[in-house]
Design a protein around this ligand. Structure first.
Ligand code: SF4
Length: 259
C-alpha cells in the first residue's frame, strides 16, 4: 500500500518543538498510534481515520476533507498547492508514521530534491520500520518515552508497564544512519530522575554528542501541571554530566495558537 496512506491532516506551519523550532514546515500527520501517552494532545490520531483534513492554501487555516486512504499522487498535488518548495522542512508525523513504513518511504522518495528537508517525527520504538526508511530522511526526531507517563496501547490499565529503554537504544543505533538525529523527552511532574539517568546512560553508550531536548509538558489530557523550573534545571544539570548537548525547549506553537 505504498501509494496509499491513512492520514489525519496536512497543513503548513512552523516547527514548534526541538532544535529546529521556528523553521517553516509542512506537516503530514499519519493516522494510528500504538502508544498511549498521558499528555497526548492528539488522541484523534490513535485510530485510522475516515477522512484527512487538508489545508488548501499556505497558512490560510482553510481545510477540505479528503476520504482515506489518500493516494501518493493526491498528496503530492496537495503539497504543491501548499508551496512545498518554499518550506525548509516537511515533517512526517503522527500518530506514529512508522506504522505505515511503505508510505513513509514512498513519500520521502517522492519529495526528495524538491526543496524541503525530510523530518521524521517518531515515538522511537519501531526499529524494523525505521530500517526501511532511514536512508530517505534527513532528520530522525525520536522521543524517549518514560514508563511513568506512557504505556503501550496493548498494556493493561492501570498498572506498571515495562520500560522503553532497550527498544529506544536499539532504535537510536539505527537512527544514527540519518544525517541528523535529535532526542526529545517530555518531562512532567511525575517524571522520575532515575528514569532520566537510565536514559542518559543508554544514549551516552551510543553517542554522547547527540542533542537531547528536555521538553516540559504542555498540560493536556490527564496531565494538568507543568514541571517546576527547579525540576527541569536539576535534570539538565544531571544529564549534562554524561551528555554533551542537553537543552530545555518547551513547545512554542501553543503560545501563538499555531497548529
Ligand atoms: S506517541 Fe504521539 S500520538 Fe502516540 S500517544 Fe504518544 S503523543 Fe500521542
Amino acid at each position: 500500500m505504498a501509494e496509499r496512506m491513512n492520514l489525519v491532516e496536512v497543513f503548513s506551519s512552523v516547527q514548534g518543538e526541538g532544535i529546529h523550532v521556528g523553521e517553516s514546515t509542512l506537516f503530514v500527520r499519519f493516522a494510528g498510534c500504538d502508544l498511549r501517552c498521558r499528555w497526548c494532545d492528539s488522541p484523534g490520531t490513535w485510530q485510522p481515520s475516515a477522512h484527512c483534513e487538508i489545508e488548501t492554501a499556505r497558512g490560510s487555516g482553510v481545510r477540505r476533507r479528503q476520504p482515506n486512504p489518500v493516494s501518493l499522487a493526491a498528496l503530492l498535488e496537495a503539497l504543491e498547492l501548499l508551496e512545498l518548495a518554499a518550506h525548509r522542512w516537511i515533517a512526517l508525523t503522527g500518530g506514529e508514521p512508522l506504522l505505515q513504513p511503505e508510505a513513509v518511504r514512498a513519500l520521502s522518495l517522492a519529495v526528495r530534491g524538491r526543496g524541503p528537508r525530510i523530518h521524521l517525527e517518531t515515538h522511537g520504538l519501531a526499529v524494523d520500520a525505521l530500517e526501511q526508511v532511514v536512508a530517505g530522511v534527513d532528520l530522525v526526531s525520536m522521543d524517549w518515552k518514560l514508563a511513568s507517563d506512557v504505556r503501550r496501547a496493548r498494556d493493561p490499565s492501570p498498572g506498571p508497564v515495562e520500560d522503553f529503554h532497550e527498544a529506544h537504544t536499539a532504535f537510536l543505533k539505527i537512527a544514527r544512519a540519518a544525517p541528523e538525529v535529535q532526542i526529545k523527552v517530555v518531562v512532567t511532574p511525575a517524571s522520575q530522575a532515575a528514569e532520566l539517568d537510565t536514559m542518559a546512560a543508554c544514549i551516552a553508550a551510543v553517542d554522547a554528542s547527540l542533542p537531547v531536548i528536555l521538553q516540559p509538558v504542555t498540560p493536556f489530557g490527564a496531565v494538568r501541571e507543568r514541571p517546576r523550573a527547579e525540576q527541569l534545571l536539576a535534570l539538565e544539570a544531571a544529564l549534562s554530566c554524561v551528555l554533551e548537548d542537553v537543552r530545555v525547549i518547551p513547545q512554542t506553537h501553543p503560545l501563538y495558537g499555531a497548529p
